[in-house]
Ligand binder design. Structure first.
Ligand code: PGA
Length: 262
């Protein structure tokens, strides 16, 4: 794991955006895995800026989103289809046919999930996956005790996640769907690069357990300790409970020139 601690969420997100942009410039037909939630918003804004001002070209990029609520139609304001359209896709030159998000309205959910996995494989696998982390350590909607071998499937949200996400549903927990479709942890681990972003003190506990705790399915993100190319972008608040933060800063500050800037 590479731990990158920046002063604030903007600096952390911009550093992550540079990694995404570099991949797209090197490989214009890159396959990206994307996340929703409040965490990646600054990253997406920066990618939009790079598209407008620096010609970052998404015309050959393919994307797969991590997850979607079950039962929310694509035009529902809190669906992740809507989120992605409003916060990224309508501002860049990505082709609609290259965008993939699990279908939370599918009648045959297992078939829909199997098809999603096949589409990822058919696209050549995910080159770079963007991740947030839940306060309970989930990645995608892989809640605690999710199998490390899991693939795209239906999951039940924890009460903690329902409570955390109620802020997007007028603060009303009863409006938050209890089920979702999510890529599995096995799916996420197959991505060639994983970028996990976490900002704010509410994430500090989960970040410390993920980076410095034991690898355990009760803390799903901890599996990233086994990923060969996981970069963790933090602000000071999210990094506050790390025991070895001075070491991570030292490593980052002493990165050899040949290792490109994150
Ligand atoms: P957040 O959610 O970005 O809204 O904090 C992250 C997550 O639940 O994965």
């Amino acid at each position: 794991m590479e731990i990158i601690i920046k002063q604030n969420a903007t600096e952390g997100s911009h550093a992550a955006a540079r990694v995404v942009a570099r991949l797209i410039r090197e490989k214009p037909d890159a396959v990206l895995g994307l996340a929703t939630g409040s965490t990646p918003l600054i990253l997406y804004n920066e990618l939009i800026r790079m598209h407008r001002k620096e010609g970052l070209d998404f015309s050959r990029v393919t994307t797969f989103n991590l997850d979607e609520y079950v039962g929310l139609p694509a035009d529902h304001e809190q669906s992740y289809h809507h989120f992605m359209r409003e916060n990224l896709f309508r501002h860049i030159n990505i082709r609609p046919e290259n965008v993939h998000i699990p279908d939370g309205m599918a009648e045959d959910i297992p078939a829909c999930c199997a098809k999603y996995e096949q589409a990822i494989t058919g696209a050549g696998g995910i080159g770079l996956q963007v991740l947030g982390i839940g306060s309970d350590g989930h990645v995608g909607f892989n809640e605690p005790t999710s199998s490390f071998a899991s693939r795209t499937r239906i999951k039940t949200l924890t009460r903690q996640t329902v409570a955390d996400n109620a802020r997007f549903f007028d603060g009303d927990e009863s409006k938050v769907p209890h089920h979702c479709l999510t890529m599995g942890i096995g799916t996420i681990m197959d991505a060639r690069i994983n970028l996990l972003l976490a900002f704010g003190e509410d994430k500090a506990e989960a970040v410390a357990a993920t980076v410095e705790g034991p690898v355990a399915s009760v803390m799903p993100a901890s599996i990233l300790q086994h990923h060969p190319a996981a970069k963790i972008f933090l602000d000071e608040a999210a990094a506050a409970k790390l025991k070895l933060s001075d070491y991570y800063r030292w490593v980052y500050d002493n990165k050899p020139d040949w290792q490109q800037d994150a």
